[in-house]
Design a protein around this ligand. Structure first.
Ligand code: SER
Length: 896
């Protein structure tokens, strides 16, 4: 059964059972704690938590999911994909365990004719959480599962959460027994390769807090209602129903393997396990990369961008290790598009962008690899020169760290050079680096940190934000943390007082914590005597309520319980308000010009700069961009007062306030209104008092950041002016080099471009005529070797293979019908040595063959070549052999 059919049957089954079909969300949702959407339930979290009421009691979806923690397992096991499709059914306070088990069992075991998957019930097993007797009883009652095929497992396996605070609950998993050839018996508890998990039913009933692992987190209490969240692995089901060995060989992944097999010198499934793993890595990762790029991620050095970069680089390296030495990513992307396009049309509509981004990464990485190869050659040479055979561990480490060489690539290259590598030394250095990275990560933000240390303060109540009304506030220190551990005091130069590792929590603060697209304020804290002083470099919220100031202590000491003065850097704040109010202006202008379909998809603003993402198909026209800029600036010019008010969410919506789609808002919301109906948004940010304070808004450009998502960027205030001043200087520079007034620059450049085109054409014409006269001269200078008129010549440097072919034809035409051989050889770019030989009919009658003679040329210039009796061509690598090659050719002809 094809994957498409598996998806369709799933959705049909649940729609028939009263579920509403909901489309897959993007793999990127606006949650700083979650790099990628990793389960079907992610888009429904606010419904489970009771933050919003679900529009339906029952829903079903097939969600694009990304999971990379097991990236090293890909291709090694039969079942790990970094991208997979999770088919799910969800009940929001409607049916619970009984419904979930019965619905899943029916779909799995109903016959294919009845619309099911037709799994043999005897091969299915279930697991339940340790004390979940209810679920175990239901498996017996509904599915008739014997007690030995129901296993009980602990937190790590049968208690599901997203790995971060949010909904959670005990789960029941369904496994399929693939038979003894896949391992020992004993159920999933004994062997998860033989018993493969296909479906996870989560009985979502609790809310979890922070924690350090799958098993170690606090359960904060029950959810408002009991819910169901299930996830069936579409690729795994496909693997079983298609009778293939692993998920990489299913119908939508296999085409990539086949493509690679048609290019690589070494095949798939021919007994080399390492190669097979490489094939599967390429197939898995290129698909994931295409999906991630499709949803708006570009390769980068941290976060999502880094995951993407890592995936693409693993693809490229794996291809290299398979012996492929030409670019391959474009073909991979096209194959992924063809396989996945029918389910994910954005892969087709956005193909050019996806392909461009992926190929650019390939080109860049290949350059890095080239540089790395030079370093490797040096290391190999040094090793050999010193009489050793083992490349030093630190060379392998540098190759890995700086050039992204995986150790297996270095090992492979070393063995080709007859050397080995000090792997233990390499691993020791890797370990050191990992320790350093861990320490660094601990010093960074709270995104994935253990938050239990802050729990007491979170529970004590939210930080009061005073910064809407004042820039300086008196406050009390509630807690001090160094590296996430609570300490009573921190002193300048004291223990742990290294930059960016100290955090201070106050009862109230005027400093804005990063949220709603606005980045955090900077400022200072000072002790009452003025002796203690700290710079605040960042402010982050924990649990959405507790403001944590990251500080550098510059003098004195801070003690828990102290009174301090907290102060926002006024210049920074002024810029930040311009950026944030500017964002509202651009948003309002966009909606005015493009209409209500231009829905906000995210934003970011900092002093002087803003960016705004919105849903829109296709680029904006120049006219639209100009209009948006004008409308926004007219609203600035109108000097509208900026009003803020608190109201109920329902009322705000009724007033037409704009809110971010998918965001969970509290009942009481803050409204920011600029110019009455012009702009009304739900917003917790800091703003100017009058729109004129924003200063000029300059749009920088507009681009695509994902399927159907566009981004505008703009400067505000003084930064806007600086930007325009820079452009003015640029234009003045151009005008002065072109020696025309500024307004004539475009016309002058256009004229120059036209003239350049004419000149290029003329150069090409001259090149051809030079070649033609070279042909006449060559024909005139033909020598007689035996009975054959021979033109055997070295051509000027950089004559291309194409030039050679047309010249050979021309010369041969001029030599008439007597036996004649024309052989031209040139030194082209990068020491390449292209050559072409033509043998006319009369010479062929004497037994001469172009495809024989080409071998003589080839062997002397270290090249290859082939063709037919009348025309053959090839290319070599050793230009020093050109003269000898021509002599050898004459000798061959003389012997004929
Ligand atoms: N959320 C659960 C999982 O991801 C079931 O959908 O396994």
């Amino acid at each position: 059964m094809q994957t498409h059919e598996i998806r369709k049957r799933f959705l049909d089954h649940f729609v028939k059972a009263g579920h509403t079909e909901v489309p897959s969300a993007s793999v990127i949702l606006d949650d700083p704690n979650l790099l990628f959407v990793n389960a079907g339930m992610v888009q429904f979290v606010p419904f489970f938590l009771g933050q919003r009421s679900a529009p339906w009691d029952r829903a079903t979806s097939v969600q694009k999911c990304i999971r990379t923690p097991d990236i090293e397992e890909v291709g090694i096991t039969t079942r790990h994909n970094t991208f997979f499709q999770m088919a799910g059914n969800f009940s929001f306070g409607d049916y619970f365990k009984r419904g979930a088990i019965a619905l899943a069992w029916d779909l799995l075991t109903n016959s294919v004719d009845e619309g099911g998957y037709g799994f043999d019930p005897e091969k299915l097993w279930a697991t339940v959480y340790l004390d979940d007797d209810e679920a175990a009883d239901l498996w017996r009652e509904i599915a008739n599962l014997p007690v030995e095929r129901i296993q009980r497992r602990g937190m790590a396996d049968n208690y599901w959460s997203m790995g971060i605070p949010g909904p959670c609950g005990p789960s029941s998993e369904i496994y399929y027994d693939r038979g003894p050839e896949y391992g020992i018996e004993g159920g999933p508890e004994a062997n998860e390769d033989r018993y493969i998990e296909i479906w996870n039913l989560v009985f979502m009933q609790n809310e979890r807090g922070a924690g350090t692992s799958k098993e170690n987190f606090e359960i904060l209490g029950p959810l408002p209602r009991q819910n169901i969240d299930t996830g069936m692995g579409v690729e795994r089901v496909a693997c079983l129903l298609q009778g293939v060995d692993n998920v990489y060989e299913t119908d939508l992944v296999r085409p990539v393997i086949d493509l690679v097999a048609s290019i690589a010198p070494r095949g798939y499934g021919v007994g080399n396990h390492d190669d097979d793993v490489r094939y599967r890595i390429i197939a898995d990762h290129s698909r994931t990369a295409a999906i991630i790029i499709g949803d708006g991620v570009s390769p980068g050095n941290d976060g999502r961008g880094y995951v993407l970069r890592r995936l693409l680089r693993r693809v490229i390296r794996s291809a290299k290790l398979l012996g492929i030495d030409t670019p391959i990513v474009a073909q991979l992307m096209a194959t992924v598009r063809d396989a996945m396009g029918p389910s994910y049309p954005e892969l087709v509509t956005d193909f050019d962008r996806i392909n461009r981004i992926a190929v650019a990464e390939e080109t860049a990485f290949n350059r890095t690899l080239e540089a790395g190869s030079r370093l490797f050659d040096e290391a190999a040479e040094i090793t050999k020169a010193s009489g050793a055979t083992v490349i030093a561990g630190n060379s392998a480490f540098t190759l890995h760290d700086t050039y992204g060489f995986p150790i297996d690539l270095t090992l492979e290259m070393a063995s080709e050079a007859g050397l080995s590598v000090d792997e233990a030394g390499f691993r020791a250095l890797m370990n050191e680096q990992r320790q350093r990275a861990k320490a660094d990560a601990a010093a960074r933000k709270h995104a994935h940190a253990d938050l239990t240390a802050y729990r007491e303060l979170v529970d004590a109540g939210p930080t009061e934000f005073t910064g809407f009304d004042e820039l300086t506030s008196q406050a009390t220190i509630l807690g001090i943390f160094v590296d996430g551990k609570r300490v009573p005091v921190v002193a300048h130069g004291g223990e742990g007082e290294t930059p960016d590792r100290v955090e201070i929590v106050l009862d109230r603060t005027p400093l804005y914590a990063e949220s709603g697209g606005q980045i955090a304020d900077i400022g200072s804290l000072s002790g009452t005597g003025g002796a203690a002083k700290a710079q605040v470099t960042d402010v982050q919220k924990i649990a959405k309520t507790l403001f944590v100031h990251r500080v550098n202590v510059e003098s004195g000491e801070f003690v828990e319980g102290d009174t301090v003065t907290a102060e926002v850097d006024p210049k920074w704040r002024h810029g930040a308000t311009q950026g944030h109010s500017g964002t509202h202006m651009v948003h309002a202008a966009l909606r005015q010009i493009l209409g209500p379909n231009a829905v906000q998809a995210g934003s970011l603003n900092r002093p002087g700069y803003l960016r705004f993402d919105f849903n829109w198909q296709g680029p904006l026209s120049d006219a639209q961009r100009d209009e948006i800029e004008i409308v926004a600036n007219e609203a600035v010019e109108a000097d509208y007062p900026v009003n803020t008010m608190y109201t109920k969410l329902e009322k705000a919506k009724a007033m037409g306030a704009m809110a971010l789609f998918g965001e969970a808002y509290p009942e009481d919301v803050r409204l920011v209104e600029i110019g009455g109906p012009f702009s009304l948004e739900l917003c917790g940010g800091t703003h100017v008092h009058n729109s004129a304070q924003i200063g000029p808004i300059t749009l920088l450009g507009e681009s695509s950041v994902g399927s159907g998502v566009r981004r505008v960027e703009a400067y505000t205030g003084l930064d806007s002016f600086k930007h325009l001043a820079k452009e003015r200087a640029l234009l003045a520079g151009l005008a002065s080099s072109l020696k025309v007034p500024s307004e004539e620059v475009p016309a002058r450049v256009a004229t120059l471009v036209d003239r350049l085109k004419v000149a290029e054409k003329e150069i090409e014409r001259m090149r051809r005529s030079t070649a033609a006269s070279a042909a006449s001269n060559a024909a005139a200078g033909a020598e007689l070797v035996g009975k054959v008129r021979v033109v055997a010549q070295r051509m000027p440097v950089q004559t291309t293979a194409g030039d050679l072919r047309s010249l050979v034809g021309d010369i041969r035409g001029k030599l008439g019908n007597e036996p004649a051989v024309v052989a031209l050889i040139a030194q082209g770019d990068n020491d390449a040595v292209p050559y072409v030989i033509s043998v006319n009919a009369a010479a062929q009658d004497l037994g001469l063959r172009a495809n024989d003679l080409i071998r003589t040329l080839a062997s002397t210039v270290d090249g290859r070549g082939g063709g037919k009796a009348d025309l053959a061509q090839g290319s070599g690598k050793d230009p020093t052999g050109i003269d000898a090659a021509l002599d050898a050719l004459r000798a061959d002809i003389a012997r004929s």
